[in-house]
Write a protein that binds this ligand. Sequence first.
Ligand code: NAP
Length: 260
Amino acid sequence: MNSSTPPVALVTGASRGIGRGIAVALAKSGWRVGINFASNQSAADETLALVRAAGGTAEIIPGDVANRVQRQTMIDRTLVLFGRFDALINNAGVAPESRDDLLDGSEAAYDRVMNINLKGPYFLSQIAAKLMLSQIAAGTIPRGFIINISSVSAYAISTNRGEYCVSKAGMAMMTGLFASRLANENIVVHDVRPGVIETDMTEAVKAKYDKLLAEGLTPIRRWGQPEDVGACVAAILSGAFSYSTGQVFDVDGGYHLRQL
Ligand code: NAP
């Protein structure tokens, strides 16, 4: 192992959607990529083919981020396959299976979303950060990155999917916590906050957002694409923002702007 080999990023939930966009963008930037998925092996194979078609190197890393044992296995496997570990991209996430009014949502639905969207990334970051610290001390990697893919739902209220909003708001605090703890250890932590992105997750509400976007929901009146998020993550991992940590990167067509 040495820092002359290309750097390595594990992208959770890279089989589809935004994670796939990130995996391909990083591969094009010279990163070797761990493509994590939970259940959809054929989609992960498609991402692998896209990375290779782009001239990149990747390995598939199965694992459920909500499972403690599998979290450890995912990190271990990435290190074994590539020989170094420079970046964790906490992208895997789910929407609630049904949109229930805040007064009716069940504990089971809350636990499912929170375990995947917040508890998983929190403890995966813990494992990854310790590994990065030991590699930095050994001179194997020069620095580390943790990128959390949260959402505009970290601050925008949807009363029919409260558990999703709470999970993303928690991820925003998680970013600050890890950024602060690791700031002087050469590991930066950022919050990439997508708006309305065209993926399987938003397929069920496509007609609703087609109309809202046409009416000006976002100042840039179009759907965001996984490539838009991938480009942002690749820019951060280029090291261009060398004196920044705990930053929010809005990739939302300007949705966060307040307008009168
Ligand atoms: P998506 O198209 O539904 O893809 C979800 C990805 O997460 C898949 O690769 C899936 O793997 C993986 N995944 C789900 N549960 C997992 C688990 N327990 N362990 C490991 N991987 C798991 O979703 P997306 O739209 O790309 O969203 C990606 C992230 O961006 C999520 O965190 C989401 O909350 C966030 N986001 C999305 C939007 C949007 O508009 N789409 C906006 C803001 C934020 P399988 O293929 O194996 O199921």
